[in-house]
Design a protein around this ligand. Structure first.
Ligand code: CA
Length: 226
């Protein structure tokens, strides 16, 4: 299944696009403003992102730039009612792969999505792969390897590692990890996060020279190269 994130604040437009894409067997998640779009992007893995330029909280150009910084390979299609050459150039400079002017016919949107995904497939055969240093995660079959060696992970360890890999070089607090991995938005008063980070470290870095998961004392954990 192809996963698409749609960031669009006009409910009518997003409902129209979502309905059409679902009919064509795509999985679609909708975010209604730029910040919600960025949050969804950081928490999930998408094959393609459709984003509107005029968005509340964080505009589409800025959102596009931030997504590109984190993930150079994801396909981005920008939608806009702004049709000057400058608008289009700004969108493409921000990292969009294509730019579609509103209003559009659904079939044109579909054709452009298919073209972008085709292009990805030829240039990026493993688009379900997250890579950090010599660590590789396949998000489709949930497997991990380091320097070519398979690493057997439990379901929770996998989710924890995926969270780190989706947020490289970002400090993740214990509260954030607890919420994302266990769905708990309160402090359980246990050291569950620390225990699991240690399990993960034992598997991912014990037999390797380079440490990747670092403790930031009093704050949390960060995946980074030393
Ligand atoms: Ca809009």
């Amino acid at each position: 299944m192809i996963n698409i994130l749609l960031v669009e604040d006009e409910d009518k437009v997003s409902a129209f696009i979502q309905k059409g894409l679902i009919e064509h067997q795509y999985a679609v998640e909708v975010a209604r403003d730029g910040v919600a779009g960025l949050t969804s992007f950081l928490q999930n893995t998408y094959d393609l992102i459709i984003l509107d330029v005029m968005l509340p909280l964080l505009n589409g150009i800025e959102l596009c730039r931030q997504i590109r910084q984190q993930q150079p390979q994801v396909a981005i299609l920008m939608l806009s009612a702004l049709g000057t050459i400058d608008d289009k150039v700004n969108g493409l400079h921000a990292g969009a792969d294509d730019y579609l002017l509103k209003p559009f016919h659904f079939n044109e949107l579909l054709a452009r999505i298919e073209a972008l995904l085709r292009r990805r497939k030829t240039t990026e055969p493993l688009n379900h792969t997250l890579v950090f240093s010599d660590l590789k995660l396949n998000t489709a079959n949930k497997t991990a390897e380091r320097a070519g060696q398979n690493i057997a992970l439990t379901a929770k360890e996998y989710v924890l590692l995926e969270l780190f890999m989706q947020n490289p070089n970002r400090l993740l607090s214990r509260e954030y990890i607890l919420e994302k991995v266990w769905g708990l938005n309160f402090d359980t008063g246990t050291n569950m996060v620390d225990v699991y980070v240690n399990y993960l470290r034992n598997k991912v870095q014990k037999n390797f020279d380079k440490k990747l998961i670092h403790t930031v004392i009093g704050m949390g954990y960060i995946l980074k190269e030393q």
